[in-house]
Design a protein around this ligand. Structure first.
Ligand code: AMP
Length: 305
């Protein structure tokens, strides 16, 4: 079934304990669509960039089957820029700079051919834009997943409350779940967020895995213990892309499908962190992905005598 992703396509500058990059390609929707491309070939993108965005990157997305008809290129304007610096634990980071540039007045135009999408991924962007996308679709998708971050909780709380009501699933990290709900316990936080609208809450805990709260059921997916984590940027988006891409490939949205979805999402995220930026997601093989998923099964299966 077809997937529509809306979110940032960006330049990032990153600093981790292992090194520093100048401007490289990033953006929530970049990671999401690349990750989802390993599961669905109906992978549509709505985003905006400036004329400084390299055609080579658009070609990489196209070669992975991403439909870029909804990627607006604004002449004479600059692409969204974000820079971040990671702390030594690599689980926490500070935003150093944000230049909204073209994202400042992003007006998402949904091409007619995307109108009947069944799966909608609202990647990280202003909540008012995320809501506009839902309102502009002729039919409500079967599943709407929302990603957001603390930046929007601090700067656009009311808009966030409006869009959160309309979605089925929210993906959020542990600290953001606490900020959003005002609860320290993640179980209480998930219940409080469910009361805001989404039936399903996915709380990402970085190298400690992810929790899936669906109605009153809970599932936990570990993160793969990796010898080296080079750059965690985009891991959350890659996770979301694997999750919704997998669901779009099955067409199902039951709790059991979502459990498998967060395992696929976690497997994709484990690749993302192995290199700076999104590069590791350009050329994976089905065998590599299946081998990672098998390691997750091994990691978390046990018997009780
Ligand atoms: P993640 O590490 O999964 O949280 O995602 C990092 C990506 O989010 C980076 O590539 C950034 O370009 C993008 N990003 C950071 N801040 C924002 C923002 N305020 N709006 C949209 N995208 C953002």
């Amino acid at each position: 079934m077809s997937l529509l992703t809306v979110g940032s396509v960006a330049f990032d500058a990153l600093e981790t304990p292992f090194g520093k990059t100048d401007k490289i390609i990033g953006g929530a929707a970049t990671y999401i669509t690349l990750s989802a491309s390993y599961f669905t070939n109906k992978n549509n993108l709505v985003a905006v960039v400036g004329d400084d965005f390299p055609q080579e990157m658009i070609d990489i997305l196209k070669n992975r089957g991403v439909d870029t008809a909804g990627l607006e290129i604004r002449q004479g304007e600059k692409t969204f820029f974000w820079s971040g610096k990671y702390h030594n634990d690599m689980n926490t980071r500070d935003t150093v700079e944000v230049h909204l540039n073209v994202m400042g007045d992003f007006n998402p135009v949904i091409p007619d051919q995307y109108g009947d999408c069944e799966f909608l991924m609202l990647g990280n962007t202003a909540p008012a834009i995320q809501k506009q996308v839902i309102e502009r679709l002729p039919n409500r998708p079967k599943l709407i997943v929302l990603d957001t971050m603390n930046f929007w909780m601090d700067s656009a709380w009311d808009d966030l409350m409006e869009v959160i009501k309309l979605v089925d699933v929210i993906t959020i990290n542990d600290e953001e779940a606490r900020q959003l709900s005002g609860q320290y316990s993640l179980v209480k936080a998930a219940a409080a967020i469910q009361a805001m609208g989404p039936e399903t809450v996915i709380i990402k805990k970085g190298e400690h895995g992810a929790l899936l709260f669906h109605g009153t059921s809970i599932f936990f997916a570990p993160a793969l213990p990796l010898e080296e984590v080079f750059d965690p940027t985009g891991a959350g988006d890659t996770f979301a892309g694997g999750f919704i891409g997998y669901l779009a490939s099955t067409g199902n949205v039951s709790f059991n499908d979502m459990k498998r979805g967060i395992i696929y999402g976690s497997a994709m995220a484990s690749f993302c962190v192995e290199k700076f930026g999104a590069e590791r997601l350009f050329n994976l093989t089905p065998d590599e992905i299946n081998e990672r998923v098998a390691r997750f099964v091994q990691l978390s299966t046990f018997e009780i005598a």
